[in-house]
Design a protein around this ligand. Sequence first.
Ligand code: ADP
Ligand code: AMP
Length: 223
Amino acid sequence: MANNKPIIFVLGGPGCGKGTQCERIVRDFGFLHLSAGDLLRDEVKRKSELGKKCEQLMKDGKLVPAEVTLSLLSKAMKDANNAKGYLIDGFPRALEQAQAFDKTVGRPNLVIFLECPQDVMEKRLLKRGETSGRSDDNLETIMKRFETFQKESLPVIAFYRKLKAGLVLQQSSVPPPDMVYKEMELIIRKAITPVISTRDAYSQCSLWPGPDCPNILNMDNPI
Ligand code: ADP
Ligand code: AMP
């Protein structure tokens, strides 16, 4: 956790429904939603130097450099010091991003992997493209985004699976949005709730040394 605050990553192919599920998680858990794609699109809109560098890569369905997304995210996390937790959507999308985040920010409490067949994602993106105004919601770029996802982003899921058993929650995002969310809600709640506080842990065992014990500091901190 960053500053002891929960971090959840929401990953999956383009158009699988990351943003749609994040809306529901924010509604119920009050976390700060940070979408890597939205942060980048803001830079493009502002015509910042960074935005200019990224615009063409995004139109081509490629990943922008790792340090760009990492620095945008770390800044947004720092700026929102009072957030209850962080819901990070569309990051990490490459192994080097996952490793860099692990080193510089921390480890996620949960990695949600929304699984969706490519033909379903394609239909969703083409439909979204009718109104989204996004330069990458067109068939040619969508195909490139699928390729990038397969090659660069899927290995991230394997990385987190190896890191810790139970860290990855794999969920089909084919059913309607509320049904998808319902399947995940309890697991999310469990992942962000400290299992048991130190005080509770001690009070439940015969070794409870009493409140004056000098060896026990920060009794109310979660373990
Ligand atoms: P992502 O953030 O992964 O790109 P979105 O959440 O924007 O995906 O969803 C892509 C499109 O698919 C949106 O138009 C959204 O309304 C639709 N959508 C998302 N989840 C579902 C679902 N479970 N069933 C049907 N349509 C969905
Ligand atoms: P999204 O809004 O998640 O569909 O992302 C749109 C585009 O932004 C992607 O196709 C990439 O070009 C870029 N992008 C989003 N997230 C990342 C990331 N974590 N790393 C690199 N590029 C990203």
